[in-house]
Write a protein that binds this ligand. Sequence first.
Ligand code: AMP
Length: 378
Amino acid sequence: MTCFPLPANATIGLVGGGQLGRMSALAAARLGYRCHILTRETDSPAAQVAHAVTISDYRDPASLRAFADAVDVISFEFENISAEGLDLLASIRPVRPAPSVLRISQDRVDEKTFLNGAGIATAPWMRIASRQDLGDAVQRLGFPAVLKTTRLGYDGKGQAMLRSPDDLDAAWDRLDPKPLVLEGFIDFAREISVVVARGADGAMSVFDTVENRHRNHILDLTLAPARISAETDQTARSIGRRVAEALDLIGLLAVEMFVDREGKVLVNEIAPRPHNSGHWTIDACPASQFELHIRAIAGLPLPPAVRHSDAVMKNLIGPEGMAVWPEALSGAGLIPHLYGKAEALPGRKMGHVTKLFPRGALPGDFGVDAALGKLAAG
Ligand code: AMP
């Protein structure tokens, strides 16, 4: 039986061995907890800083059982564990957030159905199970439109932009697994996100709304706070709270949103775990998203998600990112983070750098590039 709040020296099981697990394990260690990582990788960023690791496929029942038996509570940084695997884990130890939450976020159709059902706006969308559905859906939603896999998509993988009827056949043939989802293209003014922590008692802490810039579909920069009106900021935070409440979340949740040209806020997707757009909180907040994640799943009190500084977070991606690592180490006021990955493959998130500014002093676009110096090109 697991008792909450988790006592000091208890063991938190984390499914997934990536950088989100690494930073969660570091936060857990500071609170006096051990982390046990379940991952497929032999040398993973999370296991390098954790107490124990189980290296196994996420589907092997014997490994899942042994992992669950060895820990006090289970959370995850990797979302694509099977429903059966989650149910098996949850039959042995508390899984936070609950498997039902993960199931919604694993499938874009379930996610959008859930969001719209909770009164939260998304881009217009239609489920696409056949080539015929696709033809019908573009008639309804028009061009341009974005066709996406419903499962296993991340960093722009598993999606295609449709600009004319000529694009349909190739996109339909390429994208797998089916079914797909077609979304109307949002000509957004900004992409923003919020990170919310929610405890078992329903208490919530919501970080400031941030602005995200992508390059090649991968997050490149986060600006904290987002340069949006107070009203849009309030709308975004209240959407974050509503999503967390509607999910009955215990843990941490990121909500990615578009702000369209009229200022309307539309949810793109949700992730019930720490998020790349929350990395700035490690350096700019007394308690980071990782600490709030650990506190929420451990049943500890949640401090307010306040920031003491404004911040720019720059991802270091692939070989180009590693090429500017010396600058990340030597540039004035840069706070470097490296994830311990052996190989700098193209598109792989290798680390990030945070630059802090006094509150209210976040520079405009030109100033951001100037503040990052040579890193801006990385
Ligand atoms: P996703 O994999 O859904 O997070 O999409 C990755 C990125 O593609 C987003 O951050 C947007 O920059 C872009 N994108 C996705 N869906 C849409 C959409 N419906 N309209 C416009 N841009 C989109």
